[in-house]
Write a protein that binds this ligand. Structure first.
Ligand code: ADP
Length: 483
């Protein structure tokens, strides 16, 4: 498959060029070659997209749709994405580098989001508040209006869908800005929304750079809500831009340094596999990546050995090579991760596996590196305090439950955690004490779109998934009727 040459913006139900006709290159991280270009939106284009979303929000075409009809449209989009899944998954893999199997997973999650929130559209009830016999006091959940979504490159379709779908379910309109590395598959989904009959302007997608389109979107006076997923540094910039108009940044997800806690009665094989898998999947470029492996003393040696064995047997490859791990998304990301490998060594952690860029033969121009493991990692080292966002694992040791909790919580991040133990009381006790929003006990995948996910501490706030998303993308109005 060859992608089209030029991808335009999707504004007001149409493909349009940026006002100044500019484009930027989109690169295949597996080959370092340009695969397509995407329109480079600037502030004038952001204005156009927001104006279209604003008109659509007040339009009869959107306002007079009954909730079940909105839901039906969303189900049609879900179905259409499913029909097009081969094409979308390939495009996603080409722009992001992830193995095709993982892109199919992501397209499936995208479908599920539109299905799931399509189902919510006609089930969002308000409530009646008991005040007195003379008063009818009721609460409506209303849409916010135009909601902006600034999306990262690690799960472009999943993060687009998990934010946009609940917005639409409750009647918002949206302007989404995909990351500059990965705009193509999102633009394709926007086009499908036009084909299945979404009124013009309800969904707008503008590709462009963060410093141009992203800044303009975050600081725009006409958006009523904003969702951001990305780094802490950028998240702070987004908050600063939004404060100008008191725009509620309803969801801010800023990464993590999630602990995988393995107690000595854990299933060794499963727990080790979970640790290895977490840095292989999406090349470790996941906010919820379990990059800190905390192992109770008795199991440290066998867990370390097993993780090493698993990683020694993985296949690295391009997106279409059915590999276990693909490239990092960009040269910049590769440089960043490699600098953390050097840092880990200089901090005195023991590099026990990987640690090199792979640049032989067919890998020469891509952004590949070996999955990497450090043992003997101590609290306070930067490689465990900072998010690396790549295939780098740090193994730490603890002796008691209290120590495990202390190390796990000793991070500025708080997103997710995973616990392995055959003692269920211990599992629940520890889960309750972790400063995160999401805990997995004994593996099994851990994430469902039907349940909330988000940050605490500097991982951010807000919750995506489940009913919580509906609440976060709606506003509460209270009406008092004097009977
Ligand atoms: P990374 O540094 O890994 O690319 P970012 O957090 O910078 O991650 O990017 C996440 C998203 O935020 C992308 O869509 C990017 O274009 C956008 N972005 C980057 N800088 C800004 C900014 N100053 N204001 C708004 N959006 C931005």
């Amino acid at each position: 498959m060859k992608p089209m040459d030029k991808y335009k913006l999707w504004i007001d139900g149409m493909e349009v060029e940026a006002e100044d006709g500019a484009y930027f290159s989109v690169i295949d991280p597996g080959s370092g070659e340009e695969i397509a270009s995407a329109a480079r939106a600037k502030s004038a284009d952001v204005d156009r997209a927001i104006a279209a979303a604003e008109r659509a929000f007040h339009s009869k075409a959107w306002q007079e749709l009954k909730p079940f009809e909105r839901g039906r449209l969303m189900l049609k989009l879900a179905n259409r994405i499913d029909v097009e899944k081969d094409r979308l998954a390939k495009l996603l893999s080409m722009e992001n580098g992830k193995p095709l199997r993982q892109s199919f997973d992501e397209v499936e999650t995208t479908v599920r989001n539109f299905e799931y929130y399509g189902g919510w559209a006609d089930k969002v009830h308000g409530r009646v508040v008991p005040i007195s016999n003379d008063v009818l006091d009721y609460i409506r959940l209303e849409p916010l209006g135009v909601v902006g979504h600034i999306i990262p490159w690690n799960y472009p379709l999943d993060i687009f869908a998990r934010g946009v779908a609940p917005c639409l379910a409750i009647g918002n309109t949206v302007v989404a800005k995909p990351a500059e590395d990965t705009p193509l598959s999102t633009i394709e989904i926007a086009k499908l929304s036009g084909e299945v009959g979404f009124p013009a302007g309800v969904i707008n997608v503008i590709s462009g750079y963060g410093k141009e389109a992203g800044v303009a979107l975050a600081g725009h006076s006409q958006i009523q809500g904003l969702a951001f997923c990305g780094s802490i540094v950028t998240g702070k910039e987004v908050l600063r831009a939004a404060v100008e108009n008191i725009t509620p940044v309803v969801s801010l997800e800023l990464g993590g340094k999630s602990p995988l806690i393995i107690f000595e009665d854990a299933d060794l094989e499963e727990a080790a596999s979970s640790g290895a898998h977490s840095i292989l999947y999406n090349t470790g470029q996941s906010c919820g990546c379990l990059s800190r492996v905390l192992v109770q003393k008795k199991l440290v040696k066998p867990i370390t050995r097993r993780i090493k064995e698993i990683l020694a047997s993985v296949r690295v490859g391009k997106w279409d090579e059915d590999a276990d791990i693909g490239p990092l998304v960009s040269q910049g990301q590769l440089d960043r991760v490699m600098s953390y490998v050097r840092l880990g060594k200089s901090e005195g952690a023991e590099l026990i596996h990987g640690g090199h860029r792979i640049e032989t033969g067919a890998f020469a121009k891509g952004y590949f590196m070996e999955p990497t493991v450090f043992a003997g990692v101590q609290p306070g080292m930067r490689i465990v305090d900072e998010e690396i966002f790549g295939p780098v694992l740090g193994i730490m040791t603890f002796e008691t439950e209290e120590e495990a909790i202390r190390i796990a919580n000793g991070s500025k991040y708080g997103l997710s955690a995973e616990i392995w133990t055959s003692n269920l009381s211990q599992a629940h006790r520890v889960a309750a004490q972790l400063d995160v929003s999401h805990v997995t006990i004994n593996g099994g995948g851990g994430f469902g779109i039907e349940a909330p996910f988000g940050g605490v501490k500097q991982s951010g706030y807000g919750r995506e998934g489940g009913w919580e998303s509906i609440l976060q993308y709606s506003r509460v109005k209270n009406i008092w009727v004097n009977l």
